[in-house]
Each structure stands twice: as structure tokens, then as C-alpha cells.
Write a protein that binds this ligand. Sequence first.
Ligand SMILES: Cc1cc2nc3c(=O)[nH]c(=O)nc-3n(C[C@H](O)[C@H](O)[C@H](O)COP(=O)(O)OP(=O)(O)OC[C@H]3O[C@@H](n4cnc5c(N)ncnc54)[C@H](O)[C@@H]3O)c2cc1C
Length: 236
Amino acid sequence: MLIARTDWDVPKHKGISFFFLPMDQPGVEIRPLRQITNESHFNEVFFTDALVPAENLLARPGDGWRVLNTALAYERSMMGEAARGPRSGVKEATNEEPLIALAREAGRLSDPTLRQDIAQAIAYKKLNALNTERAKADLEQGTSSSIMSLGKLAMSRILHEEARVRTAILGAESLFEGEQFPRAEDANFLSLNAYFTSIGGGTDQIQRNIIGERVLGLPKEPEVDKTVPFRDVRTS
Ligand SMILES: Cc1cc2nc3c(=O)[nH]c(=O)nc-3n(C[C@H](O)[C@H](O)[C@H](O)COP(=O)(O)OP(=O)(O)OC[C@H]3O[C@@H](n4cnc5c(N)ncnc54)[C@H](O)[C@@H]3O)c2cc1C
């Protein structure tokens, strides 16, 4: 998907077009990014005189922001619903909630503070699953997809919280690294990977803006460049 500015003389949300760009051609340079987790699942992609056939335009020229928002709503709904598990690939032995299983294994299941934290994390997760069902039902009725932002924001909070509780359960053990310490590796990987959901697909702050403006109907913040042709928007 290539979202490109095709008209510089209209305000910023207009003049963007949505294309399906053939990647297998000269002028498309893919540079892998190294993530904080030391993985490399994403790239920065540079286009130099690359070509896209006119029939690969989706929707009208200049209408790409609207198309992109639909694509983003689906991405956010997926990110709000599912999370990556630990990297170690160790299968959970039971159907028990992973945090409860970890606390049991670490002999810390009777710690009252941890119990409270675990209960809180599980409650967030259950509540988010119910919200996702509501969002899906809304989508089937053809109503606004802005509610997807709630699930994505909630999932971001859940992932950070679960990683924090995992680390608290392990205590000093979480400082270790290496294959012989899979529980610490999992906790550290999940702590770092949680930022994926709070940045990718639109940051937590952007989701809050969307929820405030499009779900709760709060007044928008002043936008001095909303009606200014993109060419004239101040960039420095
Ligand atoms: C793991 C990962 C994978 C990704 N994969 C892809 C991909 O496949 N394709 C792709 O195109 N992009 C991808 N991205 C990029 C991602 O979409 C952007 O990083 C994200 O939308 C944030 O934009 P930005 O980095 O430009 O931050 P900026 O928009 O520059 O934001 C910087 C900071 O300012 C805050 N901020 C910005 N605007 C506002 C506002 N209006 N109100 C309040 N706060 C604001 C943000 O919350 C943030 O804290 C990926 C990012 C990550 C981390």
C-alpha cells in the first residue's frame, strides 16, 4: 500500500492518494529496521522514480486519507484483539491464565500485592474482550469504526501492565538473560514488545484524540493548518 501526496494545493487531509504499488521493480529500496526486541520485522522503504500503473489507484485521486482510515481501523481492531505471546515458545501446560501459572511456578501465588495486580490485569483483559465484541457488533451495523481505538488503547495498557506484573512476579530473576533463563527472557521481551502496540498503527495519544473527538464528541483542539494548502503549511 502506498499512500502518497498527489496534490500540494489542498489542505493536508486532502490531496493524498492510495495506490497498490508493485514492489518488484527498480527504484524500490527496502531497508530493514532493527527493533528494540532485536528482531527485524519492519522496514523503511524508499522510492526513487518507481512507477505505479494508473489502474492501481484505489478510490478517487486525493481521497486516500479516507481509504487509509478504513485500513487503519481494521489494523487497530486486530491489534486491540490479539497480542503476541512470549517468544520462548514454551507452551502453557494448562489453560490457566499465564500470570497465575507463572506466580504458581515461582511460588508467589499467595503474595497479596501480586494477587491484586494479577486480578487487575485479568480484569482489564476480560473487559477489553467484551468491548471488542461490542465494536464488532457496531461494525456489522455499519456504524463508525472509531470505537476500534478503544480496544487498541486498552490492549496497549494491558500489554504494558502484564509485562510489569510478570517482572514483579520474577523479582530479581528478571535481571537475567540467555536461554537458560526463559522466564526472564519472556518477561523482558514482553516489556519491550509492548511498545509495538502503543506506537505502531497510531500512538496511544492519537487513539485518545480519536476517542475524545469521534467517540465522546468532545470539541476538537484548534488546528491552525486544517484549511491551509499543504504547500503553505509551516514545517519548521
Ligand atoms: C513496531 C512498529 C511497526 C510499524 N509498522 C509500520 C508499517 O508496517 N507501515 C507503516 O507505514 N508504518 C509502520 N510503523 C510506523 C507507525 O505507524 C508510526 O511510528 C506511528 O504511527 C507513530 O508515528 P511517528 O513515529 O511518526 O510519531 P509522531 O507522529 O511523530 O509522534 C511522536 C510523539 O508525538 C505524539 N503526537 C503526535 N501527534 C499528536 C497529536 N496530534 N496529539 C497528541 N500527541 C501527538 C505521539 O503520541 C508520540 O508520542 C510501525 C511502527 C512500529 C513501532
